[in-house]
Design a protein around this ligand. Structure first.
Ligand SMILES: NC(=O)c1ccc[n+]([C@@H]2O[C@H](COP(=O)([O-])OP(=O)(O)OC[C@H]3O[C@@H](n4cnc5c(N)ncnc54)[C@H](O)[C@@H]3O)[C@@H](O)[C@H]2O)c1
Length: 387
């Protein structure tokens, strides 16, 4: 039997959102074991959750610094091998940095950091450490998103002409929503969210999905970010025009103020021969429209032999038994565990280079919007900051 990879989690005490999903996903394939955690700044809360999860009290730490130090003192075959970071954005960089310096691999939730400068520093640290770094851009781990990427790589769509990606949510539609939950409070606070609100939180997902599926890169951005709800310090809505490599064009919109909406992330990729459409609220359906042919619906499942074998392996049930968000997260954990155990040499769905591009996207969008939506070059931003 393959040994489980030992994980320490930072963030995720009772009342938090995404950490519970991470823990379920990490368990799903029996490849990862949670053995330690600092789930909150409040030691009591951390202990309480750790106890409920069956962890020994001495491995439920009062701070992430204490956790990294104490774990390093344990025998090599007991100590944690990687950290999973599920805190608000402003802590991603200091925690990832400290973990890498302690010799641990890092699986962080997005966005990678709160600034492009931090992301570039992190890239250097990852490169120097030779450790693995992954960012949990969940949507790129759905089986049919992986299939779409392969179909585009194989040339089924021909040259890509246009992409339309949008991520409308509605949970911040009113002023009262800003402080209705801890999740909303920190996301609307620049000191914890970073220089953007909505574009950092979900625009970054849309951007990553676009580059991941198409294999193209965004070269220039003209963006119009705004606060639909007056008084907010950060954008809660916005739209961008994008110029991509190979002459393709795209539009990207993200909003948290579309009343009534859940998580309706969707992407259309239009090529010279065919077009694809995928929607995260119906993740097991991928629509293919070839010129002059009836529309085809591809579904996900272990028995769908028309899917690439690697995509079939990222499914756990036959077609018609729906898989979803937790399973997509589980694919990220399974892949990351395989990477740590050197069973694969492929980079995670989103490694450090894509993580840096995500931060460059946020900076470019904010900067363009401040200049009345004038064009900003992502490549020039990266070159200037790396120099
Ligand atoms: N990949 C996705 O689909 C997805 C979805 C939701 C959230 N996220 C990301 O996950 C992260 C967490 O978001 P959330 O909505 O779960 O936030 P949350 O506010 O629900 O949870 C944050 C947790 O971090 C803990 N925390 C804060 N400071 C800490 C510290 N110093 N040490 C230890 N723990 C600390 C809090 O106690 C809390 O448990 C964010 O970066 C967010 O962008 C990603």
């Amino acid at each position: 039997m393959k040994s489980k990879v030992r994980m320490g989690m930072i963030g995720g005490a009772a009342g938090s959102f995404i950490a519970g999903i991470h823990r379920m996903a990490a368990r799903l394939d029996n490849r990862v074991e949670l053995v330690a955690g600092c789930f909150s700044r409040d030691h009591h809360k951390s202990l309480e959750l750790g106890k409920a999860l069956g962890l020994p009290a001495q491995r439920c730490y009062a701070s992430y610094q204490q956790m990294l130090q104490a774990e390093a003192a344990l025998p090599v075959d007991e100590r944690i091998e990687f950290v999973s970071i599920v805190t608000p954005n402003h802590l991603h960089f200091p925690i990832a940095k400290a973990a890498l310096e302690a010799g641990l691999h890092v699986l962080s939730d997005k966005p990678a950091t709160i600034s492009l400068e931090q992301a570039l520093q992190l890239q250097l640290l990852v490169q120097q450490s030779r450790l693995h770094y992954g960012l949990t851009h969940t949507y790129a781990a759905y089986p049919l998103v992986r299939q779409a990427r392969l179909m585009i790589e194989q040339g089924i769509l021909g040259a890509i002409r246009r992409v339309s990606v949008s991520y409308p949510q509605g949970w911040l539609a009113s002023a009262a929503d800003s402080h209705a939950s801890v999740q909303a409070s920190w996301r609307t606070d620049p000191s914890q969210s970073g220089e953007s609100g909505c574009f950092a939180d979900i625009g970054s997902h849309a951007f990553h999905l676009l580059e991941y599926i198409t294999g193209l890169q965004v070269e220039e951005i003209a963006a119009d970010l705004l606060c639909q709800v007056p008084g907010r310090a950060l954008d809660d809505d916005g739209a961008a025009l994008l110029r991509l490599t190979q002459g393709a064009r795209a539009t990207l919109t993200a909003s948290q103020t579309c009343a009534g909406l859940g998580n309706n992330l969707q992407i259309s990729v239009y090529g010279e021969l065919a077009s694809l459409y995928w929607q995260q609220e119906h993740p097991n359906q991928l629509w293919l429209q070839r010129r002059g042919e009836p529309q085809q619906l591809l579904t996900a499942g272990t028995d769908c032999r028309y899917l690439d074998p690697a995509v079939q392996q990222s499914c756990r049930t036959p077609a018609g038994h729906p898989e979803g968000y937790i399973e997509a997260f589980a694919n990220l954990y399974r892949d990351f565990a395989a990477l740590i155990r050197q069973e694969t040499s492929s980079v995670p769905v989103c490694g450090i280079e894509a993580a840096v591009r995500g931060m460059a996207f946020i900076r470019a969008a904010v900067s363009s919007s401040q200049q009345n939506a004038s064009w900003v070059s992502v490549a020039s931003l990266l070159a200037a900051k790396s120099a």
